[in-house]
Design a protein around this ligand. Structure first.
Ligand code: G6Q
Length: 548
């Protein structure tokens, strides 16, 4: 494998950056009349405007060369066709098979996985309909009204995000709760308001060994037992989603109530599997399938569209441009839709757990930056908080602005005000405010010449801050599916360019192991000396002061 920094396109991009960095976007917009036309793409009802970036046509052409020379198209086919591209775990990466809406078979080790996928979807439909219709009864014969998903990380963030995003489509009278934190407050606060006779727990854990989840599940089961005083109630109130069926059965969940997971689905890509069961119950299976359909259509676009017209590829390349050639260390996601409030958190995991790696596919340490810090918040909230730093701070933070054209709750001018803010921010980030404008503004506000002289520097904004704008018609299950898949493929493309494995997570696993060891020490009240001095000292302090 050729070293990334030796690839001809990489070297050409370095030169190009030095040649073009002094040109501001404001100048570029002044020079090119049709910049929007040149730098926007459309897919179904999604529009990506990437004209407010520090790019010209040559930049994009060189970035496309980088994608080609990195073998994106070949790698894409490898992923879709079930090749074991997660080489450290020797696994295929096939979340795309979970939303494959065609008749095309998908093979893993020579076996078509589609029949199993279809059969799990059928089971999801049966279960979700039975719960939604009130046919599924709790131990005392009452229908279910509260669903609690117990899971963490990839078994939590996806369903949480989608349930929030699609809240307007949820069934009235059903409530979905999520317990992820092993901090007892999370499960205790949740259970406090629930009726054990009408609550269903979904224990979502691919491994079914994650301590946080299993502990929360045990506490939920104890709560149910205390109330029902009947062993058999577990069967009526617990469903599991797990690859480790044996462990789920051992926990006491009936085999027929266990939904399958496969090792070719990574946790942070598992939303499309039965890990999405809480979503299917809440919004109904037809809408869950629309979510899959939206993702499938984006998969087709990613697989088939030429690189230049490929939305995930363009987003990925722009990210590489700032990450590696402008040394931007973070990337911010700014949805302007209340229902998307968990979207940044979801892709914080999706991106950072995938591309936060320092070793290449052939085991070499990288000497360039890989995945950036992903962060974000509802854009409109951020405007009254951290946007000050985006406009006038010293860091370069490329941003994605995301908004629906129509609100699902059209009331008065609310949505127009939201959009006015949305458009104002991307424009101002790009233009900034120059000296002339700052002075004129102060004069218009009535300041004296002397005050203008003193105050104008603090009003200067350098502008030239890059942003992508993503507009879509309305937040429907299908569009949401497409948006999620769009970011997944962006992450994939970047991982290929950076020559890393985006699909393992050794640091997450290490965290689980180290915590399990320390837990044994704490449980046995064992004063320790085998860790570093800081950890030993902290544990000692804890043991001396704990009420346990
Ligand atoms: C995701 C990660 C991680 C994982 C959780 C939960 O890609 O591996 O977030 O999803 O640690 O794991 P289990 O589903 O096995 O409980």
């Amino acid at each position: 494998m050729e070293k990334l920094t030796d690839i001809p396109a990489w070297k050409a991009l370095l030169k190009h950056k030095n040649k073009t960095e002094s040109v501001s976007m404001r100048d570029l917009f002044a020079q090119e009349e049709n910049r929007f036309e040149s730098f926007h793409l459309r897919f179904n009802d999604i529009l990506l405007d990437y004209s407010k970036n520090r790019i010209n046509k040559e930049t994009m052409s060189l970035l496309m060369d980088l994608a080609k020379q990195s073998g994106i198209k070949d790698w894409t086919e490898k992923m879709f066709s079930g090749e074991k591209i997660n080489h450290t775990e020797n696994r295929a990466v096939l979340h795309t098979a979970l939303r494959n809406r065609s008749d095309e078979p998908v093979y893993v080790d020579g076996k078509n996985v589609m029949p199993e996928v279809q059969s799990e979807l059928k089971k999801m439909r049966e279960y979700s309909e039975s719960i939604r219709s009130g046919h599924w009864l709790g131990y005392s014969g009452k229908p279910i009204i509260d669903i609690v998903n117990i899971g963490v990380g990839g078994s939590d963030l996806g369903p949480v995000m989608v349930n929030e995003a699609l809240h307007p489509y949820g069934k009235a009278g059903l409530r979905v709760h999520f317990v992820s934190n092993v901090d007892p407050s999370h499960i205790c606060d949740t259970l406090k308001n629930l009726d054990p006779e009408r609550t269903l727990f979904i224990v979502s854990s691919k491994s079914f060994t994650t301590q946080d989840t299993i502990m929360n599940a045990h506490t939920a089961r104890d709560w149910l037992m205390e109330n029902s005083r009947n062993e058999t109630s577990v069967a009526k109130h617990f469903i599991a989603v797990a690859a480790n069926v044996e462990a789920a059965t051992e926990f006491g969940i009936k085999e027929e109530n266990i939904f399958k997971m496969w090792d070719w689905v990574g946790g942070r890509y598992s939303l499309w599997s039965s890990i999405g069961l809480s979503v299917a119950i809440y919004i109904g299976m037809d809408r869950f399938e629309s979510l899959l359909q939206g993702a499938y259509e984006m998969d087709q676009h990613f697989r088939q569209a030429p690189l230049e017209e490929n939305i995930p590829v363009v987003l990925a390349l722009l990210g590489v441009w700032y990450n590696n050639f402008y040394n931007a260390e973070s990337h911010v996601l700014l949805p302007y839709d209340q229902h998307l409030h968990r979207f940044p958190a979801y892709f914080q995991q999706g991106d950072m757990e995938s591309n936060g790696k320092s070793v290449t596919r052939d085991g070499q340490n990288v000497d360039y930056a890989t995945g950036p810090i992903i962060w974000g918040e509802l854009g409109i909230t951020g405007q009254h908080a951290f946007y000050q730093n985006l406009h006038q701070g010293t860091h370069l933070v490329p941003a994605d602005f995301i908004v629906p054209v129509d609100s699902l709750n059209p009331v008065g001018d609310h949505h127009l005000v939201l959009l006015a803010n949305f458009f104002a921010q991307t424009r101002t980030l790009m233009t900034g405010k120059n000296e002339k404008e700052a002075r004129e503004e102060l004069v218009a506000e009535g300041y004296s010449a002397e005050e203008v002289e003193r105050l104008y520097p603090s009003r200067l904004m350098s502008g030239n801050k890059p942003s992508n704008t993503i507009l879509f018609k309305a937040l429907t299950p299908k569009t949401l599916g497409s948006l999620i898949a769009m970011y997944e493929h962006k992450i994939f493309t970047q991982g290929i360019i950076w020559q890393i494995n985006s699909y393992d997570q050794p640091a997450v696993e290490l965290g689980k192991k180290v915590a399990a060891n320390i837990f044994d020490d704490l449980k046995q009240h064992r004063s320790v000396e085998h860790y570093d001095d800081s950890t030993n000292g902290l544990i000692k302090y804890f043991l001396e002061n704990s009420n346990d």
